[in-house]
Design a protein around this ligand. Structure first.
Ligand SMILES: [Zn+2]
Length: 95
């Protein structure tokens, strides 16, 4: 078996195959995702639960703030303390 390196050279002639319409669509999609991340998701309950470190549960055994989620349903998350290994349930806030 022999390896042949692949050299990708920059285009020297010709035009991009992507249309102006596709470029516009991609730019609008970026704006849509940014808008959603800034103005929609922070107000949704489940997302707040994930990204807000203050919402992370404190270990009921050693009071550590460092735990990981093992499982969840609509009302509870089962968490495991990363310091002592204690497993506990955290009630999810109502969204
Ligand atoms: Zn702990």
């Amino acid at each position: 078996m022999t390896e042949f390196p692949i050299h990708f050279e920059d285009r020297r002639a010709g035009q991009s195959k992507i249309s102006k319409r596709e470029i516009l669509k991609a730019m609008l999609n970026l704006l849509r995702v940014a808008f959603r991340r800034c103005f929609v998701l922070p107000w949704s309950g489940k997302y707040r639960q994930i990204v807000n470190p203050l919402a992370a549960a404190e270990c009921k055994h050693c009071q550590s703030l460092h735990s990981m989620e093992l499982a969840r349903n609509d009302t509870l998350t089962r968490r495991k303390c990363l310091h002592c290994g204690y497993q506990f349930d955290q009630k999810l806030e109502a969204a």
